[in-house]
Design a protein around this ligand. Structure first.
Ligand SMILES: Nc1ncnc2c1ncn2[C@@H]1O[C@H](COP(=O)(O)OP(=O)(O)O)[C@@H](O)[C@H]1O
Ligand SMILES: [Mg+2]
Length: 312
């Protein structure tokens, strides 16, 4: 759906984005993660045709940002990281204004705005002045605004920033809802955990360079297939875990031992092929093992691998 090809952008001498190439599949929720200043906003602005790449191209649904910026603007809805709204306008009026600006025919407008307010959960507050909204409501309104021309692709720059936990959960549900409607969504954040339960694909960017990008399940599968050199394991034993902790300490290639509510977590610096041997060692030391299992890898593990340079 979206192809980013060797995109570079410099501001004077400064390389904001360097040789960025990645792909986003149709219907994906793509989490764009990286610290402040990594180049996320710059990349998203180039996708939205607000900024031209110095080199490379971005192709969205077969349309190039360089060749047909007008067509791109019809395809995408862009929500910038800071959105101002005007005071003295009600939510419904605000959305109808944008529907008019996008040339939605008069007779379609009211119905469209109803539908959008329904999805974004704004129906009950349609009479509220947009200047008086909570942060969460304002984010939903801005998202509603980007839906007015029914774009296939949503580009949302840090939409979860500054939201309280409840508003964040609502945003996540809303994005899932939009995904079901067939939209492809790009959502950026400098906070990894903000995205971990929202997206199915990810791009990790640092200092203008993409460290890793792809579907989370593919990256995790690749991670297992390449016999990653270390694994996080859970260990449960009968009775007191103290002897087990002591036994682990005496074994090679074991680190990061932690004990939480009777369950031991540790890092084993060997591939999975060595797990039976480890189990045998523990049993030989009379550790009453109930279970030893891998902690399921997730977005955070990918992030740790990449930023440590294990996968690059
Ligand atoms: N218009 C600009 N002029 C000069 N430098 C810029 C401009 N826009 C962004 N930058 C720089 O480019 C880098 C990437 O910025 P940005 O894309 O906003 O990062 P992010 O959104 O990941 O925080 C930053 O170091 C920023 O200071
Ligand atoms: Mg930014």
């Amino acid at each position: 759906m979206i192809l980013v090809q060797h995109v570079c952008k410099t501001f004077r001498q400064f390389r904001a984005v360097w040789d960025l190439s990645f792909e986003i599949g149709a219907g994906d929720i793509f989490g764009f993660v990286g610290p402040n200043g990594a180049g996320k906003t710059t990349t998203m602005r180039m996708m939205a045709t607000l900024l031209d790449p110095d080199y490379g191209d971005i192709v969205i649904d077969g349309v190039s940002v360089l060749d047909e910026p007008e067509a791109i603007r019809r395809l995408i809805g862009y929500m910038p990281d800071y959105v101002g709204v005007y005071d003295g306008v009600e939510i419904r009026e605000y959305l109808e204004f944008f529907a008019a600006a996008y040339r939605v025919p008069v007779e379609r407008r009211q119905q469209l705005v109803n539908e959008i307010m329904e999805i974004t959960d704004l129906t009950s507050v349609e009479k509220k002045d947009v200047g008086t909204l909570s942060k969460g409501m304002r984010q939903r309104l801005c998202l509603a605004k980007t839906l007015v021309h029914d774009p296939k692709v949503l580009i949302l720059d840090e939409p979860a920033a500054g939201l309280d936990p409840r508003a964040r959960i609502e945003l996540r549900l809303l994005l899932k809802e939009l995904q079901k409607l067939g939209k492809t969504i790009i959502i950026s954040s400098h906070i990894l955990t903000e995205l971990s339960d929202m997206c199915n694909s990810v791009g990790i960017i640092e200092r203008g360079i993409m460290l890793k990008a792809g579907r989370i399940e593919d990256i995790l599968a690749e991670r297992n297939a390449t016999g990653i050199r270390q694994q996080k394991l859970f260990l449960r034993v009968l009775g007191s875990p103290d002897a087990a902790v002591a036994a682990l300490r005496s074994l090679p290639d074991i680190g990061g031992i932690e004990l939480d509510r009777g369950i031991i977590t540790f890092t084993f610096m060997q591939p999975v092929e060595s797990n039976p041997g480890l189990l045998r060692e523990l049993l030989n030391r009379n550790v009453p093992v109930v279970s030893m299992a891998p902690a399921t890898a997730n977005l955070e593990d990918i992030f740790l691998d990449v930023t440590k340079g294990i996968i690059a």
